[in-house]
Ligand binder design. Sequence first.
Ligand SMILES: O=C(O)CCC(=O)C(=O)O
Length: 253
Amino acid sequence: MTSVTGGLTLEQRSALEDLGFVKLTNIADHSMLDAMRDTYDRAWDEGESGITERLHLLRYAAFREFIDSASALAAPRSVYGAHLQLLDYWLTYQPGASRWRTPKYTVPTERDWHRDVSFVGADPARPLTLNMLLFLDDTKDRSGPTVVLPGSHRSRYAAVSEHSTEPHPDEVAIPLEYGEALLFNSHLVHSRGRNRSNRPRRGVALLWGFWFIKPTGAELPICPEAVTDASEDRLRLLGLSQPTVDLYLFEGF
Ligand SMILES: O=C(O)CCC(=O)C(=O)O
């Protein structure tokens, strides 16, 4: 599939509709990825428990710069246009296998099948929400690429039970190189792979969707760094400034 710099191609739109996922290249230049990688371990250590602020990853400049970049926004904007909202932003992390069985980390199961959103939505070409996953370490072979069940976003009933732990005969692995990302319909059944390498598996996950949807942690105050000196585009992206007068009228009648 061809690369993305200016939004999804027709071929990619059609893959997203039919299969439920598409691989993106050139999601960020290497200096931006390096900055996220340099911040990652601190963000992980400081962050994922005891959260009291919405979109707390935006505390870090490197993670803010990514969501302001044209290359990160191009593909989700192809689907939601000016109505695009960032609903959630989190880290998906597995240490190198050599650290399993230390008091802090337990050996992960082979799979953890799930959907991130269980509303089917009316139109697979225009999903309510989309997930984006990018990794700051390559995910290939032993580092456990993400696996998906292609087409499963179109069915109300999943072919596996939630959080089941075994590989599935129809699963497809999506290895990602540095600078690539996976964009998928949040109703697609997917799982992390298990990291068997001795390197960490550091990933970043974003949830994109329509502006009218409530974000994760809507009841919490937004992280202050996210809004200090924020551009109008950023405020819209964070759901704080309404993009259009007709909030629920998205395109032609
Ligand atoms: O780490 C991965 O490959 C997938 C992460 C995931 O499924 C999630 O964060 O919902």
